[in-house]
Ligand binder design. Structure first.
Ligand code: SAH
Length: 456
C-alpha cells in the first residue's frame, strides 16, 4: 500500500512547513500528502525523517532545521519537551498570536464555508507567562523524599518539577513548601501499582486578585500521619493561606478527586474576582484558570450582546454562572442552564454573594431545558452559548432557529466545532458578523473565540 504514497517510512526528506496543526505540530506536504512533524514551524525549511505513514497522512521527526522561521525561539522552560503541557514555547509570542489567528480563519473558511469572515487579531496577554491560578501535581517518591510534577508523556512515571513557567509563582512556591512539609512529616506517596501509601496529589489554587490561597491534599484514605502538625506548618509557611482541605480518593483510578472532601483548617472556599464579580471557589469547583483573559473574553461577549438593561438573555452551558453574572449587570433577566448540579449550586451562591437577583439557573441539558423554556413562553433577545469542545448539540441549534433571538453570542474553545455550528446557523437565516479570538492559554496551542451572530 505504501508504494503508492509519495514517501516511505524511514525515508529522510527535505521539506518546507506550510502550516500548524491544531495541536501545534508543523505540517509539510509532499505532492499534497500531509506529514505532521512536532516542533516544525510554518515557513521553516527542514530535514525530517518519516516515521509513520497512513493512507491519507504521515508523521515525521524533525532532524535538522535548514532555514529557521523568524518566529523560532529557544523554549525557555528546561522541561518543555518532557512535559508536553505547552506546545508552542519554541515560537515567539508574536508568532503564536499570528498562528492562532490564521488557524481560526482557515478553519472557519474550510469547515464553516464562511468566505470573507471577519476575524480580528488575537487578543493576547502583555505578559504571556505565570498566568495559571491552579496547579495540581501527582506525588511520587525519590530517594526517600516526596517528588511532584507531571507524568512523563505516555507513561505514569512522575517527573519532579520545581517551576512551571505558565504557573503563578505563588503556586510553585505553595506546592514546593507543602511537598517539603509532608516529606518531613513522614507522609508516603501513593503507589498506584500497590494501591498503598497516602498522598496522591497536591493542588494549589491562588486568587490572583484576592491573594487567597487554597491547599488541597488528595489522599488514598482518611489517614494522614501527623495531620495536625502538617496543617500547622502549612499555615506558618504560606502567607495568604485561607483554606486547607483534604480530599479522599480511595479508588484505583486516574481521576484526581474522590467524593469526600473535608476542611482541615480555615474556610471551605477561597474568594476571587473576575472584574467586579466575586466568586467563591471550593476545592472541586470549576473556575477559569486564567482570570485576566477570562475578563477580556467575557467583556467581548458583553460588548457583542449589546445590552440596554431590559433584555432577556439565555446563557447556555453556563458552568458556575460566570458569563450569566457578567450579563445580568446589564440585562433585564438572565436564564442560565448547565448540566452539572454542583456548578449550578455555585452559580446560585455566586449570584447571592454579589446581590444579583435577576438571574435564574436550571440544571439540565441545554438542548432539553431551552426548548422547554421556549414552550413556556421564554423568548430570548440574546442567546449566549459556551459549549465544551464538541460544540452545541444539534437540537439546541434547531431551537435557536425556532426561537429566533436577534443575536447569538458564541464563546468557543474549539474553532472546528464553532465553524460547523456557524454553518448551521447561517443556513437557518443568521449571519456571522465578526469573530474575536482571545488567547486564554499562551504557550499552548489552544485558542478561544467569541463570535457575534445576527438574525438577518
Ligand atoms: N460558561 C462557563 C463554562 C463553560 S464550559 C464559564 O465561563 O465558567 C462548558 C460547560 O458546559 C461545562 O460547565 C459543562 O459541564 C457544560 N455542559 C456540557 N454539556 C452540556 C449540556 N448538554 N447542557 C448543558 N451544559 C453542558
Amino acid at each position: 500500500m505504501s508504494k503508492t504514497l509519495p514517501v516511505q517510512k524511514n525515508e529522510y526528506i527535505d521539506v518546507v512547513f506550510e502550516d500548524l496543526t491544531h495541536d501545534g505540530a508543523g505540517v509539510a506536504k509532499v505532492d499534497g500528502y500531509p506529514i505532521f512533524v512536532p516542533n516544525g514551524l510554518p515557513g521553516e525549511k527542514a530535514k525530517i525523517k518519516v516515521i509513520k505513514v497512513n493512507k491519507g497522512y504521515g508523521f515525521g521527526r524533525l532532524m535538522e532545521i535548514t532555514e529557521a522561521s523568524r518566529y523560532r525561539v529557544d523554549a525557555p522552560c528546561s522541561i518543555y519537551k518532557e512535559c508536553g503541557g505547552c506546545q508552542l514555547q519554541h515560537m515567539s509570542y508574536e508568532g503564536q498570536l499570528y498562528a492562532k489567528e490564521k488557524q481560526v480563519r482557515d478553519v472557519l473558511q474550510r469547515i464553516g464555508k464562511l468566505k470573507d469572515i471577519k476575524v480580528h487579531p488575537v487578543l493576547g496577554m502583555d505578559n504571556p507567562w505565570g498566568y495559571r491560578n491552579k496547579s495540581q501535581v501527582p506525588i511520587g517518591e525519590h530517594e526517600g523524599g516526596l517528588i511532584g510534577g507531571f507524568y512523563q508523556q505516555r507513561s505514569h512515571q512522575i517527573i519532579e518539577m520545581k517551576t512551571c513557567l505558565i504557573q503563578q509563582e505563588k503556586n510553585d512556591e505553595v506546592i514546593q513548601k507543602v511537598k517539603d512539609i509532608c516529606s518531613r512529616n513522614s507522609v508516603r506517596a501513593y503507589n498506584e501499582e500497590k494501591h498503598k501509601g497516602e498522598l496522591r496529589h497536591i493542588m494549589a489554587r491562588y486568587g490572583m486578585v484576592s491573594g487567597e490561597v487554597m491547599v488541597v491534599l488528595v489522599t488514598r484514605s482518611n489517614e494522614l500521619p501527623n495531620k495536625n502538625k502538617i496543617v500547622e506548618e502549612i499555615v506558618t509557611a504560606i502567607p495568604g493561606v485561607k483554606s486547607i482541605v483534604q480530599n479522599i480518593n480511595s479508588k484505583k483510578t486516574n481521576v484526581i478527586f474522590g467524593e469526600q472532601t473535608k476542611v482541615l483548617w480555615g474556610e471551605e472556599v477561597i474568594y476571587d474576582f473576575i472584574g467586579d464579580i466575586k466568586f467563591a471557589i471550593s476545592a472541586r469547583s470549576f473556575y477559569q484558570v486564567n482570570p485576566e483573559q477570562t475578563k477580556v473574553l467575557y467583556d467581548k461577549a458583553l460588548e457583542y450582546a449589546g445590552l440596554g438593561g431590559h433584555e432577556t438573555v439565555i446563557d447556555a452551558y453556563c458552568g458556575i454562572g460566570t458569563i450569566s453574572l457578567f450579563l445580568a449587570q446589564k440585562a433585564g433577566k438572565v436564564y442560565g442552564v448547565e448540566i452539572v448540579p454542583e456548578a449550578i449550586e455555585d452559580a446560585k451562591r455566586n449570584a447571592a454573594l454579589n446581590g444579583i437577583t435577576n438571574v435564574e439557573f436550571a440544571v439540565g441539558e441545554a438542548e432539553t431545558v431551552i426548548p422547554n423554556w421556549y414552550e413556556e413562553g421564554v423568548q430570548a433577545d440574546v442567546l449566549v452559548v459556551d459549549p465544551p469542545r464538541k460544540g452545541c448539540d444539534e437540537k439546541l441549534l434547531q431551537t435557536i432557529l425556532n426561537m429566533k433571538p436577534k443575536k447569538v453570542v458564541y464563546v468557543s474553545c474549539n474553532p472546528a466545532t464553532l465553524a460547523r455550528d456557524l454553518r448551521i446557523l447561517e443556513d437557518g437565516g443568521y449571519k456571522t458578523v465578526e469573530v474575536q479570538p482571545v488567547d486564554m492559554f499562551p504557550q499552548t496551542s489552544h485558542v478561544e473565540c467569541c463570535a457575534l451572530i445576527k438574525l438577518i
